[in-house]
Write a protein that binds this ligand. Structure first.
Ligand code: NDP
Length: 492
């Protein structure tokens, strides 16, 4: 048992909850094991959060001073980029180059949010009577931030930075498979001067610790990123509590290659869109529709380029496709490919476990391209969350839109065409929160992100992200010289 401590209500302590075993998916070795949070810890964290956020030193802290703490957090994340990236790579198996980018994006999130907070303003609508009105924005209370394992530090930052900026207390429930980097981020927040008690990190099982957090009467909003079925469960409980939620959920995003696409750009974008992060990405472009006239030649080139991708250890700088997060998840992905074969899929590349070292010891799965399936198969309808791409030809644009939108999800879409009118037309018809045109999986903290349909509710990022963690209050200021006439005896 290691001495890994968890942060409960401002105190670092050894947990007394579920045993958490952190396994390196690249070689199956145990990194650490420690006890997570108990149910009692949830109560302690919520009570401490409530106390800390209403403490005048935080509640009345001028927003530019709160912004200074967020900037400090950004600076310290930058200082520790290598350490944080290495930790996340160890815990999740992601390529070091990817985890470095995630850590940098977390720092940018804090920096951007600090800047947005400094210039945030209330509203003074024009007067419509003997009064003037103003809108002020207040913190909501204790916020529960529940995050998944695929990009933990970036997901944590996207919730933590705006929620703290808004003046709230935050309790992070990280994914059991990737808690270590959330604890490291909490250490940085404390070092940066965040008041004690304002942040807790409670590793533990989602159905126990996460569930208690969602149901807790003093938790005033849940910001969740994860699978659609968990999101639906949380939304049900929230409906009962009349508590707002924001939900960033799953996807099965279509990518469309039109006849006039720049083939080199499209192939690079498509490979990156599905196989980076070993496909463990909510916005992975997993359904690829290709114009029938160029289908054969495009697929030949795509498959050849896919076969050349380097599958290897996450610390190796030449690796493009690293192991999956766990052996359990690798088996889920492999099973989906077996289902696809039963559904009649032709395996164009990948589709079998790789043999030899380092593959025998780690949770590797090769980039896989499947053809011969129709869009209504299980393989095309369910999120696999792994390096599996299905290619589908189309020859009718009306039918294409119908198929691309034939999914319960609506997170993202990629369009490859040199015809800007066509791109605009399709971007308007596609049901998705984000449409990439002649690029894919590019992100900006300044641009909002979220899904439609079963891919989610609400938006993260952008200047308005802080308002997502505030409640608006209207103030009416009377300007009348005389008393209000209704009850005034002088007006009878
Ligand atoms: P899960 O929904 O299984 O888990 C996400 C988080 O919720 C984890 O911390 C988990 O804890 C917790 N949790 C599980 N059950 C409950 C519960 N009953 N109450 C409260 N919390 C609970 O998703 P995965 O971790 O498997 O993540 C992958 C999913 O996340 C994919 O569907 C992916 O598309 C989606 N995702 C969406 C993104 C977006 O922005 N739209 C971004 C990244 C991922 P524990 O780990 O202990 O189970």
């Amino acid at each position: 048992m290691s001495d890994t401590k968890i942060l409960v209500g401002g105190e670092w302590k050894l947990g007394s909850g579920k045993l958490i075993r952190s396994i390196n998916p690249a070689n199956g070795e145990l990194i650490t094991e420690f006890k997570g949070a108990s149910l009692e810890d949830v109560d302690i964290a919520v009570a401490a959060g409530k106390r800390a956020m209403y403490d005048p030193t935080w509640y009345h802290l001028k927003s530019f001073k709160r912004a200074a703490i967020l900037s400090n957090i950004a600076r310290l994340i930058h200082r520790d980029v290598d350490k944080l990236a290495a930790l996340q790579t160890l815990d999740t198996g992601k390529c070091l180059s990817e985890t470095k980018a995630l850590v940098q994006s977390a720092a940018e999130t804090f920096q951007y949010t600090a800047a947005a907070l400094e210039i945030q303003e209330g509203e003074l609508p024009p007067s419509r009577g003997d009064f003037f009105t103003m809108s002020v924005y207040e913190p909501m209370g204790v916020i529960g931030a529940i995050t998944p394992w695929n990009s933990p530090i970036a997901s944590d930052a996207q919730k933590l930075a705006p929620a703290l900026a808004a003046g709230n207390a935050v309790i992070i429930k990280p994914a059991e498979w990737a808690s270590l980097v959330s604890l490291a981020l909490a250490e940085i927040c404390m070092e940066a001067g965040l008041p004690k008690g304002l942040l807790s990190v409670l590793p533990g099982s989602g159905s126990v610790i996460g569930d208690k957090l969602v149901r807790h009467p003093d938790v005033k909003k849940i910001s969740f990123t994860g699978g659609t079925s968990t999101g639906r469960l949380i939304a049900g409980i929230a409906a009962d509590k009349l508590m707002p939620v924001s939900l960033e959920l799953g996807g099965k995003s279509p990518t469309i290659v039109f006849e006039d696409a720049d083939v080199e750009h499209a192939i690079n974008g498509i490979l990156y869109g599905i196989f980076s992060s070993t496909g463990q990405s909510c916005i992975a472009g997993s359904r690829l529709f290709i114009a029938a006239k160029i289908y054969d030649s495009f697929v030949d080139k795509l498959v050849a380029r896919c076969k050349a991708l380097n599958v290897g250890l996450p610390n190796d700088s030449s690796t493009q496709v690293a192991p999956l997060v766990s052996f359990q998840h690798r088996d889920v992905v492999a099973n989906y490919v077996e289902i696809a074969k039963k559904e009649g899929a032709k395996v164009l590349c990948g589709g079998e476990l790789l043999q030899g070292q380092p593959y025998d010891d780690g949770a590797f799965y090769p980039p896989t391209i499947l053809s011969g399936l129709s869009n209504n198969t299980q393989t095309c309808q369910e999120e696999i969350f792994g390096p599996v791409l299905v290619v589908l030809p189309f020859d009718n644009e009306q039918d294409l839109i119908q198929q691309a939108n034939d999914s319960v999800f609506g997170l993202a879409c990629g369009l490859w065409t040199q015809d800007y009118k066509k791109a605009l037309n399709f971007s308007q018809k596609i049901a998705a929160g984000t449409v990439w045109i002649n690029t894919y999986k590019q992100f900006s903290i300044a641009t909002q992100f979220g899904g439609v349909k079963e891919s989610g509710l609400g938006r993260e990022k952008g200047r308005n992200s802080i308002l997502g963690y505030m409640q608006q209050k209207s103030l009416y200021w009377g300007l009348n010289q005389e008393p209000l006439s209704w009850a005034d005896p002088r007006s009878k």
